[in-house]
Design a protein around this ligand. Sequence first.
Ligand SMILES: [Zn+2]
Length: 246
Amino acid sequence: MNKVLRGCRIDREGCPFCRGHSFEQKTVIDDTLANTWELSQRERSWFDEREGHFCRTCHMSKRVRMLLWSLKKIFPEFNALHILHLNQTNGLSQALSGAASLIETTYLSDRELGAEIHGLSNQDMTRLTFGNSRFDLVVHSETLEHLHDYELALSEARRVLKPGGYQIYSIPLLHDRQTRRRIAWDADGKLIHLHPLSTHGLEEEYPVVWEFGGDFISNRTELIYEIHYDNYLKNKTVFTIVERKA
Ligand SMILES: [Zn+2]
């Protein structure tokens, strides 16, 4: 791993999207999620800041502003880029709209992969229908924790990148824990709940499969190009991972 930037201070010059300087903090982590995730008060406040600290002007959350800050750090201009934006991060589409090409995706298991559905490409992140070396940038946010084989999804994203292209993403992660699996398959292909069902917000059809810990990063040390933190000392959950395809 090359570089860890620990104090990016993404809002120093205003919101990275709209340059607004006014922000508000809302409470978004509810008791159910905090209990199933076994968050301490401190950890809960970190995730509340990450998900509930909004720009008053464009309503982008801190996590998405962090992601956009990282995208701009790696690519100061998007207009020459061919971008794959997996599973549409809230609020990010408009920021990416100036790209040379932008493909955004959804996933409906009962529809053909690669089909276009309301302007979105139907894609399973573990079986992308795109050819090799097609994109300059692949972006995704808060999706890997819902996938049984997240490592396959990461390698699929890498496969469709051009050499020298970047995969930039965020995941919910607590550095001082070990990664924990909440849901697995049994020998007959049935789901087993190793821990009580946990969801993020209203996405009950996409339960949390993995709770990531610091080992996620140490296991990918060879693959990670940079990690960007907004303010490492204050909140280690607000960060972006940047991987580069050699
Ligand atoms: Zn804004």
